[in-house]
Design a protein around this ligand. Structure first.
Ligand SMILES: Cc1cc2nc3c(=O)[nH]c(=O)nc-3n(C[C@H](O)[C@H](O)[C@H](O)COP(=O)(O)OP(=O)(O)OC[C@H]3O[C@@H](n4cnc5c(N)ncnc54)[C@H](O)[C@@H]3O)c2cc1C
Ligand code: SF4
Length: 331
């Protein structure tokens, strides 16, 4: 039994004050990940700061034509928001491919990017894990690593980030808004999550005294040409083995801009802008898509049980690009 104190914050400033008080303090929003981590003894906070009453549960239009998603709007309310459905269907589809209806009703936009990996060893406190207990080693590298990373891994951790929503937010070039003791700042979504390097205990670049207040979507939503393709062991209620978010601008059959992010393959949603640029000005053909898929996976490295993900990711990229370009059913 680990004792912890519980506080309900009434405004953002007091939430920041509470979480930076010096104890091992954490925010709780929907609780769909944090409570599991506490029950499994993976996380032992001494202070839990409830942020569910903060005024961050709105979706608002921005003067530049973008959309601000409050951190406490649920994943379900975001996915079914008429503006999101119409202007950012890629995001709506990615969210709805994740978890279950009940979980999406609780999970929040601030909590989703902050969820921890689903590496089995991270949850099994009887095994070494550098992410849970820095310096103890990584059980996955020589263990069962079927769901683990093929890109951007390190000798200290080969875990992947499990979110679907974040893959779409990366392709859409969303921006995270955060407030901490030093004031407000914005973080480009591509810079929000980290690669493991030698500090895999840190999943994100959010500082420990900061709260995510909102996620801003830029004006362009790529609503005409998009696809979210999620490949998983079951058709629902399963995390991605590989997922692909594609957003295209097209002039007839010609691609004028391509965005592509991968989920389930790295410690963060994976984007390779050099490979994307290969498509600019080209017609949408399977050959061109295969060349891009090959380029994105060129540096991929499999471990004993997850090498299949390399070919799987290549095929998923081609299929998602075909769907986005209108060459098949949307993913
Ligand atoms: C069985 C199961 C299946 C799932 N399947 C999927 C799936 O397929 N795809 C997918 O994407 N997700 C999936 N999820 C994960 C789910 O989407 C996340 O648990 C959820 O999005 C987390 O949001 P929350 O509000 O519940 O966060 P909480 O559990 O409340 O918090 C999670 C973490 O975020 C921190 N946090 C919360 N809000 C903020 C904030 N505003 N600022 C700073 N830190 C904050 C907390 O301190 C905590 O560390 C699944 C979860 C479960 C349990
Ligand atoms: S892959 Fe990362 S999370 Fe999994 S056991 Fe290794 S260090 Fe821990």
């Amino acid at each position: 039994m680990n004792n912890f104190s519980y506080t309900r914050a009434s405004d953002v400033a007091s939430a920041v004050r509470e979480v930076s008080s010096g104890d091992a303090a954490v925010f709780i929003a929907g609780g769909t990940n944090l409570i599991d981590l506490m029950k499994e003894n993976v996380t032992q906070p001494s202070r839990v700061v409830d942020i569910t009453r903060l005024p961050l549960a709105r979706i608002e239009e921005l003067p530049d034509g973008g959309l601000r998603l409050g951190a406490l709007v649920t994943n379900a309310d975001t996915a079914y928001n008429p503006q999101v459905e119409r202007r950012y269907p890629l995001l709506s589809r990615a969210i709805l491919s994740g978890a279950s209806a009940q979980l999406r009703n609780m999970a929040t936009n601030g909590g989703n990017p902050m969820q921890r990996t689903r590496c089995y060893y991270f949850y099994d406190t009887s095994t070494p894990c550098n992410k849970r207990d820095p310096g103890t080693g990584c059980s996955a590298i020589d263990g069962f690593n079927r769901i683990h990373a093929i890109l951007g891994a390190s000798e200290h951790c080969i875990a992947v980030h499990p979110s679907d929503m974040c893959v779409a937010l990366t392709a859409l070039e969303a921006v995270v808004r955060a407030t901490g003791t030093q004031g407000e700042r914005t973080i480009a979504f591509a810079d929000f999550h980290r690669l493991p390097g030698d500090t895999p205990q840190h999943d994100t670049n959010l500082r420990s005294d900061e709260i995510v207040t909102a996620i801003d979507l830029p004006a362009r939503g790529f609503a005409d040409h998009y696809a979210y393709l999620k490949v998983r062991d079951r058709t629902s209620y399963a995390f991605a083995l590989v997922s692909v978010a594609v957003a295209l601008e097209m002039d007839g059959d010609r691609i004028t801009e391509a965005r592509l992010a991968l989920g389930g393959v790295a410690h963060k949603p994976w984007r390779n802008t050099d490979a994307e640029a290969m498509l600019n000005g080209l017609n949408a053909t399977k050959d061109h898509f295969e060349a891009v898929a090959f380029a994105i996976l060129r540096e991929a490295k499999g471990f004993v049980h997850n090498t299949f993900k390399i070919a799987l990711a290549q095929r998923a990229i081609v299929r998602a690009l075909q769907h986005a370009a209108g060459m098949g059913r949307k993913g």
